[in-house]
Each structure stands twice: as structure tokens, then as C-alpha cells.
Design a protein around this ligand. Structure first.
Ligand code: C2E
Ligand code: MG
Ligand code: MG
Ligand code: MG
Length: 292
């Protein structure tokens, strides 16, 4: 009986696993179609200079305009795209579109920067620096306006390949930001070795910066470190005027968050450049569910 029973539960398990992998394959096919067929869209979220309260740049954030499911956020498909390798063609599309969009936002010395998230697979792939150089050339965007955002984990995956790519990007004039900073493992010595320009303090610290000593200490330590390494700092996920004031008092250069703007379509992003930022009102927690 035990044998029978064991056998049948194995086959039930196998069936469940087959169904799950079929589902994953179907989703991969769908995403591949989305990349080829124009179902991906970019929204843009501004970064703000805290002292002057002006827009200094934007970050491009990908969404999937799904025919049945509506606008799907990156948290729901980037992890799968990374596991399947689809994040490489997806990332190429994002890079090209973001550079084209940036060109429509102005050209002068004070034209806004454009941040693009880059996953570790893209960064360490041979030919990535050449791809970035080609996209810049074809779009006509000055390399100084492009900021590539990588997370600390990129540096753990394959430090030497990442370092080589970052040096190549620095050589063509592109800036590098470390995204979600403080959540991973980056030592001061790593950071001083790498051509990094910007640290983006993770939202989890900013959330509690006014309410909890631990988050305040971590944020202060990051600000200190930025100053000694001559890096810029961007506070991510600023939602309240109290947080903005706290950061400004401690000379954090920039902020990004729903307090000023959610990620918005290109036309709305361009409109943010034409008029002074409205006096923001705190974003209540009840607003959180409805992303852009
Ligand atoms: P990220 O690069 O750290 O982007 C910031 C995320 O925080 C965005 O979520 C943004 O909408 C959200 N955010 C900004 N300010 C606030 C705020 O005040 N409150 C709250 N609650 N959220 C805020 P989004 O667009 O859902 O993106 C999530 C993550 O997906 C990104 O985190 C990034 O890691 C990834 N991602 C987005 N676009 C791309 C892409 O083109 N390529 C890759 N590889 N990853 C991407
Ligand atoms: Mg980012
Ligand atoms: Mg981030
Ligand atoms: Mg994040």
C-alpha cells in the first residue's frame, strides 16, 4: 500500500509541476510577444533637487500594457524575465526607448538626466558597453545625460565582469547609480574602487527616517559616505513633507517619490518640466494601492 500510495503522490506532484512549468512557459511566450509587439510602455518619475525643488532628471520604469490584464507593474514580470533571460531583449528595448524619450525632453546643458535600470545579466554580457554607445549615437542623446542604475547584488554576482563594464561605461561618459542602496552588501572599499556617481538610498530607510533611530542612522551614514566619496545622493520613495524636510536639513541632494510625482507617461513628464512643481501634499497611505 505504501508503495502504491507513494507512487501516486509522486505522479500527482509531477502533474502539478508540469502544469506550473507550462504556465511559466506560456508567460515567457507572452512576454516575448509583448517585447516584439509593442505592449511594453515606459513611465517616467522625476528626481528633485531638494534645495531648489526643481526637476533634475527622470527614471524610466517599464510597464506591460497587457491586452487582458491591463497595466502590469514590473514587480510582476521582471523576476520571470531575469530567470528566463528575456530581461536582456527587454532591457535593450527600455534603453533605446528611454534615450529617445530623453531627447524629446530638451537638449541644453540643463536638460534632465535619464535613469535606466539595468539588470546584472545585461551589464555583464559581452558587448553591453558597445550597445549603450550605439544607442546613444543613434538617439542623439549626450552620454552625460544617461544614468544607468544597478543594484548592489550586481557587484556580488560577478564583480570583475561588472567592474569591467562599469569602467567601460565611465569611459564613454555615462553615469552609474547604485539603486536600493543600503539593502545589499557593499563595502566602502568596493565603492571607492568602482566608477560610481550616485547612491540611491532605498525606500525602506526613507519610509521610517523620521520615526525610527535605525533608519535615521543608516541614512545618515550613507549621506556621510556619499560626501566623503564625492557621490550624489538620491532618497528613494519620499512620500511626506516631513521626510523631505529631514533630508534637506541633512544636505541630501536629491529626492524621488510620490510626494512630487508618481511615474507618469512621457507627455506628463515633459509637462513637469514646463511649470514649477506644485506645493506637494503628503501622499496618504490609502493612495498607495493605485500606482500611476
Ligand atoms: P526601482 O528602480 O528601485 O524603482 C523605484 C520603484 O519605487 C518604482 O516602482 C517606483 O514607482 C516606486 N516608487 C517611487 N517613489 C515611490 C513612493 O514614494 N512610494 C512608493 N510606494 N513607491 C515609490 P516600479 O515602477 O513598480 O518598479 C519596481 C522595480 O522594478 C524597480 O525598482 C526596478 O528594480 C524594476 N524595474 C522597473 N523598470 C525596469 C526596467 O526597465 N528594467 C529592469 N531590469 N528593472 C526594472
Ligand atoms: Mg531604479
Ligand atoms: Mg530603487
Ligand atoms: Mg527599489
Amino acid at each position: 500500500w505504501a508503495k502504491e500510495h507513494g507512487k501516486s503522490s509522486v505522479s500527482v506532484y509531477d502533474t502539478a509541476r508540469q502544469a506550473a512549468s507550462l504556465e511559466v512557459m506560456a508567460l515567457q511566450n507572452e512576454l516575448q510577444r509583448a517585447i516584439d509587439g509593442g505592449e511594453l510602455v515606459l513611465h517616467f518619475q522625476p528626481t528633485i533637487d531638494l534645495a531648489s525643488r526643481t526637476v533634475t532628471g527622470f527614471e524610466a520604469l517599464v510597464r506591460w500594457q497587457h491586452p487582458e490584464r491591463g497595466l502590469v507593474g514590473p514587480a510582476e514580470f521582471i523576476p520571470m524575465a531575469e530567470r528566463s533571460g528575456l530581461v536582456v531583449p527587454l532591457g535593450s528595448w527600455v534603453l533605446r526607448e528611454a534615450c529617445r524619450a530623453a531627447v524629446t525632453m530638451g537638449e541644453g546643458d540643463d536638460a534632465p538626466s535619464m535613469g535606466v535600470n539595468v539588470s546584472s545579466q545585461q551589464l555583464v554580457r559581452p558587448g553591453f558597453v558597445e550597445e549603450v554607445a550605439r544607442v546613444l549615437r543613434e538617439s542623439g542623446l549626450r552620454s552625460q545625460r544617461l544614468v544607468l542604475e544597478v543594484t548592489e547584488s550586481v557587484l556580488l554576482d560577478d564583480f570583475e565582469a561588472a567592474e569591467r563594464a562599469l569602467n567601460g561605461l565611465r569611459a564613454i561618459g555615462v553615469s552609474i547609480a547604485i539603486d536600493d542602496f543600503g539593502t545589499g552588501y557593499s563595502s566602502l572599499s568596493y565603492l571607492s574602487q568602482l566608477p560610481v556617481d550616485i547612491l540611491k538610498v532605498d525606500k525602506s530607510f526613507i519610509d521610517r527616517v523620521c520615526a525610527e533611530d535605525h533608519s535615521a542612522s543608516v541614512t545618515l551614514a550613507i549621506l556621510e559616505m556619499s560626501r566623503s566619496l564625492r557621490l550624489q545622493t538620491v532618497a528613494e520613495g519620499v512620500e511626506t513633507l516631513e521626510q523631505a524636510a529631514w533630508l534637506e536639513e541633512r544636505a541630501c541632494g536629491r529626492g524621488q517619490g510620490f510626494l512630487w510625482s508618481r511615474p507618469v507617461p512621457l507627455a506628463d513628464a515633459r509637462a513637469l518640466l514646463l511649470r514649477p512643481l506644485e506645493d506637494p501634499a503628503d501622499v496618504g497611505p490609502e493612495d498607495d494601492a493605485a500606482d500611476d
